[in-house]
Design a protein. Structure first.
Ligand code: N01
Length: 557
């Protein structure tokens, strides 16, 4: 950087209501972003809609909520002291423990003083002359920031279905993604659950233990594998702690999904049916998400995929006593893994309980919610409490709720009307100085989210540091780079079985949402290398510019 250049990025620290960076959201992404920016000496303000930190783990408090990535890996790696000292209790951490961890991180790194809770960002408008953002929040205030980082989360906009009569239901209504903070007790109640994705599959066994009667309304059967959750032994913890450097490196660089695991060497069809049975059996006994990594071509080859899907369908038939119920629970309309596979504790066995009934709402669609139940296929089902496990407007929903206006006053929603368009999932052309963490077009929800969050935060922080050192104050994805990245994201997805499912990855769960495979499926290692190469080439594909002399003069006065 020429010595005469002003330090354009840190001028805002001293002025009230002006920041170098506004961060939207205080989940795992927002918290780490704040920590990194402070380390660079930049001023940052975080706005968080909730009353505390934790993001998705703040809102998703439903019974049985826990992470499907093992706790020793679903944790920050940026502080060795933190990862050595924090004591995870179970193989898969339950939601309250993850929330305690988020709170511990906030306290340990003294983050709260720069976070404003109970405050939504309503609007962000780019000022082309001043080359900064004006950000308006739900308390009616407006602040200015040179950069905005959207750390809004991919699964944070709970989807309320538009059932006729829902507002007239007289009992309790809950959404799994927006669960009350007070304990909910279903003891002795007749409960209905609509939805059998991960949230439904985790909560149904617990609700069934409390409720006098549980009716599950299933539209699409999902593949689920046992979690085999258990307390973590001292040996398991010690193994990770002693080998964290290498485990984290492998997760970042060598694993497609950012989870350190044993990688398969063979394709499913290279082995005999007996060998496959033994291998799937061993993974089933081990439990967890890596079931679909038993072979290296399950996500690519339908015939290989069928062998894994058949194995799970057979297990369902074995576990569930009533053959009619078992048949309904066997997924048959999408390849295994093409929708996020679920990880459960006693899900299928729950249907053997006398107080649990499964209703197929694909055959008998829900017609309306009644004051004391619902009507499906002409039949009335009565209940006292309704649990909506109906998912999220994923990946774009939380961003779309903010009125974001870039160059020429164009809104991000207008630009993304036919589907999200980004360069590397990090920026969208026409919206300078606006970063997205784990946005569409990055591995994001296909990966261990904390691995992807840390990668994006580090990349953004390094980029801001580079801009500061180079006297640059404005950065924007180029149209050509964005177009070719979007093409690449689509092309890589087309080589897999993923687009065959009506999944939330495709936007298929939201009526009217464009059908586009949103995350980047090339793998976190490949993606990281691409991002690093882009940075090494002076942020290739991004236009970066210096403050104009008149602005520099104003900035330094
Ligand atoms: O949401 P989902 P989720 N009438 O969209 C049904 C992560 N997560 O909250 O498939 C009837 O998967 C819908 O039916 P269909 C994880 O990444 C992680 O469960 O559209 N049914 C489906 O069954 C996960 O993938 C963890 O036919 C309706 C269900 O509701 C993601 O979050 C835990 C309906 C929604 O399933 C989302 O999971 C929880 C309607 N009108 C979540 N509308 C872990 O870490 C929707 N459905 C373990």
């Amino acid at each position: 950087m020429p010595a005469s250049q002003p330090n354009t990025l840190s001028k805002r620290a001293s002025k009230a209501g002006e920041y170098d960076v506004v961060i939207v959201g205080a989940g795992f992404a927002g918290m780490y972003m704040l920590h990194r920016l402070r380390g660079l000496g930049l001023s940052a303000r975080v706005f968080e809609q909730g009353s505390d930190v934790g993001g998705t783990w703040y809102w998703n408090r439903y019974p049985g909520a826990r992470c499907d990535v093992e706790s020793m890996q679903y944790s920050y790696s940026f502080s060795d002291e933190l990862q050595q000292e924090w004591e995870w209790s179970e193989r898969y951490a339950p939601q309250p423990e993850i929330l305690r961890y988020a709170n511990h991180v906030a306290d340990r790194f003294d983050l709260r003083s720069d976070i404003q809770f109970d405050t939504r960002v309503e609007r962000a408008v780019f000022d082309e002359r001043a080359r900064d953002w004006s950000v308006t929040t739900s308390d009616g205030k407006t602040v200015r920031a040179q950069f905005v980082v959207l750390a809004t989360g991919c699964l944070s906009n709970a989807r309320m279905p538009d059932f006729k009569g829902l507002a007239d239901f007289t009992g309790e209504v809950y959404h799994t993604g927006h669960w009350p903070h007070e304990p909910v007790d279903f003891t002795g109640k007749r409960v209905a659950v609509i939805g059998t994705g991960s949230s439904g599959i985790q909560s149904i066994p617990i609700i069934a233990e409390q409720a006098s009667q549980l009716t599950v309304f299933q539209r699409t059967a999902n593949f689920s594998v046992p979690a085999r959750n258990a307390p973590l032994s001292a040996e398991e913890r010690d193994f990770f702690r002693a080998n964290y450097d290498e485990i984290r490196r492998m997760a970042r660089e060598e694993m497609r999904n950012g989870i350190y695991q044993e990688l398969p060497e063979k394709g499913a069809l290279e082995e005999t049916p007996e060998q496959r049975q033994a291998r799937y059996g061993a993974r089933w006994e081990k439990g967890g998400l890596t079931f679909t990594a038993t072979y290296n071509n399950i996500a690519l080859d339908k015939a290989a995929n069928d062998t894994a899907a058949d194995f799970v369908r057979d297990r369902i038939a074995e576990i569930v006593d009533d053959p009619e119920v078992a048949k309904l629970l066997q997924p048959n309309d999408h390849p295994i893994g093409s929708k996020r596979i679920c990880v459960d504790t006693d899900y299928y066995a729950t249907y053997n309980r006398p107080n649990v009934t499964l209703v197929d709402v694909k055959a008998d669609p829900i017609e309306e919610i009644l004051p004391n139940g619902l009507k499906a296929g002409g039949k009335v089902h009565a209940f006292d409490a309704l649990v909506l496990a109906t998912g999220f407007d994923a990946m774009t929903g939380s961003v779309a709720k903010i009125d974001i206006r870039g160059r020429g006053g164009r809104t991000l929603n207008e630009k993304w009307a036919a589907g999200p368009r980004t360069y590397l999932g990090l920026m969208s052309e026409g919206f300078p100085n606006l970063f997205i963490i784990t946005g569409p077009g990055s591995p994001s929800v296909l990966s261990n989210m904390i691995v992807s969050i840390e990668q994006h935060v580090d990349w953004i922080a390094d980029c801001l540091d580079y801009m500061r050192a180079s006297g640059l104050d404005c950065m924007e994805a180029s149209r050509a780079a964005e177009d070719s990245w979007v093409d690449h994201v689509n092309e890589v997805a087309r080589d897999t079985l993923f687009p065959q499912a009506n999944s939330w990855y495709m936007g298929a769960n939201i009526p009217g949402k464009p059908r586009i495979f949103m995350p980047y499926i090339g793998g976190v290692g490949v993606y990281r290398q691409i991002c690093n190469d882009v940075a090494a080439k002076g942020y290739e594909g991004f236009a970066m510019s210096e403050a104009a002399p008149v602005q520099r003069a104003a900035a330094s006065s």
